[in-house]
Design a protein around this ligand. Structure first.
Ligand code: FAD
Length: 503
């Protein structure tokens, strides 16, 4: 009886609900010579990016209802929190990746960057990073019904001269590959006969700029590599090795409390990392880092991890939408302002998630946790027939019931409304971030962990925190395969030491 009544309500509502328009992007999409496997007329959901936000959508979105297309220059998801471990060989690069085509085989993927979006005609213009033999870069267009922007951010240099040319970043796998090779090169260079003591000191001075979690984790991991592996193979070079962490703020790891920050600084003393706070870098040349005040530091390798900057696509998209101007944190557009339902304010049928967004009314941190939760929210939002129409904060998103069970789900999360005399269902649950805590590895088997449970908050530092760090990251892996690979990598590093081969 209950099902019958639900069915009646459903058919009544289907009749009375004002049909919400979607363009038929699918027909146009099939025409672009793609490898689309879903030969059916479905609304096209275009995902830009393959990071935390987009990956989370791919895992949840209903491919029976939607033709899902992903465009990203990176054909894999990367588990970023463990990227520093790959730069020293504790974990192998491929253990942290999941190809998009494996994450969801029913998502059509194109390896390219989106350069421009035509919001009026609902088309994304894309360019591949791989050229044809004659050097032409393939360009193509992807029409969409619903667009989800999850392109993240890129490393910020703050216009500091020489950073781009002379420093390593810690953002993607190629950064980590380059770093691993360069660390090894520096040791082989210093070990050559005839290298002066001065040259050795310079070659083996490793500088990390940035006292946030990424810089701190890299400094800690590097110190492990030095003490546990390189020390055994290059004992004569050890007196010349230095690791320095420079941070412009007066402390490090500002998301943790004072006591935990102090623990991190003490731990760095123990593992041989020199922490210098209140140090702003004003320029970097081939062999020298200049600090505000004029001090010059000779270095062999510098890792720049001082913050994030917007991607050009995001700046360009935000600049296209007049309503975005009032929400921008700086003078120039740098983030996509979204309402609490993650609709891009002022744009039609566009959602945005992750680092590239600024949620109006709730300042969220730029973390994997936020991006992943937002991705899952958006996928449920789309699956249940909620439409991202009319980005703006004046009213919640309208939606349409997709099935009887869909209606039941909708009724839980939605409310009835009236639009010019016709029944409309409005979604009522905005995105709500569930902060689970924060983790940071400090080197020497010590870490900081802060875990938020329903009525309590657990703060740990030291070895126990390191065990929690390891357990959380192993359980948070996106697949069983990644979990097994990482466990093997840890075991391998423990038994045989990290690999010291140089390519
Ligand atoms: P991303 O994951 O950065 O993904 C962006 C995607 O967009 C990429 O696939 C990129 O290739 C693609 N893209 C870029 N430009 C275009 C374009 N023009 N067109 C199409 N696609 C494009 N967060 C935590 O919560 N905990 C941690 O411990 C932690 N550690 C970190 C360690 C490191 C080394 C780094 C770099 C980050 C860390 N973060 C951590 C932050 C976390 O990784 C980010 O907050 C998260 O990746 C944001 O997800 P996103 O989907 O917004 O962007």
């Amino acid at each position: 009886q209950l099902m019958d009544s639900a069915g009646d309500i459903y058919s009544h509502m289907r009749r009375s609900i004002k049909e919400l328009p979607t363009t038929k992007a699918f027909d146009k999409l099939v025409g672009i010579g793609s490898t689309l496997r879903l030969q059916a007329d479905k609304p096209v959901v275009l995902l830009l990016g393959s990071g935390w936000g987009a990956h989370s959508i791919m895992k949840v979105i209903d491919v029976d209802q939607f033709a899902v297309v992903c465009v990203s220059p990176r054909n894999h998801f990367l588990f970023t929190p463990m990227l520093p471990s790959t730069a020293v060989g504790t974990v192998e690069f491929r253990s942290l990746l999941e190809p998009v085509r494996v994450a969801n085989p029913f998502v059509d993927y194109f390896e390219a960057s989106c350069d421009k979006i035509d919001l009026d005609n609902k088309v994304a213009y894309c360019t591949s990073k791989n050229a044809y033999k004659d050097g032409r870069l393939p360009k193509f267009e992807v029409p969409y019904d619903i667009l989800v922007v999850s392109v993240g951010e890129q490393p910020a240099t703050f216009g500091t001269p020489g950073v781009e040319e002379n420093c390593f970043f810690m953002k993607e796998i190629p950064d980590s590959v380059g770093l691993r090779q360069r660390i090894q090169n520096q040791f082989e260079l210093a070990a050559l006969p005839g290298t002066s003591e001065d040259d050795m000191r310079t070659a083996l001075h490793f500088v990390v700029v940035g006292g946030g979690p990424t810089g701190v984790e890299f400094a800690g991991t590097l110190s492990d590599f030095l003490r546990e592996d390189l020390k055994k193979k290059y004992p004569e070079l050890m007196p010349y090795v230095r690791v320095t962490l420079l941070n412009s703020a007066q402390t490090i790891l500002t998301q943790f409390d004072d006591r935990m920050q102090q623990h991190a600084i003490e731990n760095f003393k123990r593992v041989g990392v020199e922490v210098r706070t209140g140090m702003r870098v004003t320029g970097v040349t081939r062999d020298t880092i200049t600090l505000r005040g004029g001090e010059e530091i000779k270095y062999g390798l510098c890792v720049w991890s001082a913050g994030n900057a917007p991607r050009p696509l995001v700046q360009q998209l935000a600049a296209q939408i007049p309503e975005q101007a009032q929400y921008q944190p700086g003078e120039k557009p740098s983030k996509l302002a979204v309402d609490p339902f993650l609709r891009v304010i002022g744009a039609r049928d566009v959602l945005a998630i992750g680092d590239c967004t600024l949620m109006v009314g709730d300042r969220l941190p730029a973390t994997a946790q936020v991006a992943g939760q937002q991705g899952a929210y958006v996928a449920h939002f789309i699956n249940r027939g909620f439409l991202p129409l009319q980005g703006g904060m004046d009213q919640p998103p309208p939606c349409k019931p997709v099935s009887t069970s869909g209606l039941m789900d909708n009724m839980r999360d939605a409310t009835m409304g009236d639009d010019e005399g016709e029944a409309v269902i409005y979604m009522k649950k905005p995105f709500n971030f569930l902060n689970l805590g924060a983790l940071a590895y400090l080197g020497g088997d010590s870490a900081l962990t802060e875990i938020n449970l329903p009525f309590t908050n657990i703060k740990l530092s030291g070895q126990l925190a390191y065990l929690v760090w390891k357990s959380v990251y192993i359980t948070k892996q996106v697949s069983f395969r990644n979990r097994v690979l990482i466990l093997f990598d840890w075991l391998k590093a423990q038994v045989f030491g990290r690999d010291l081969s140089n390519f």
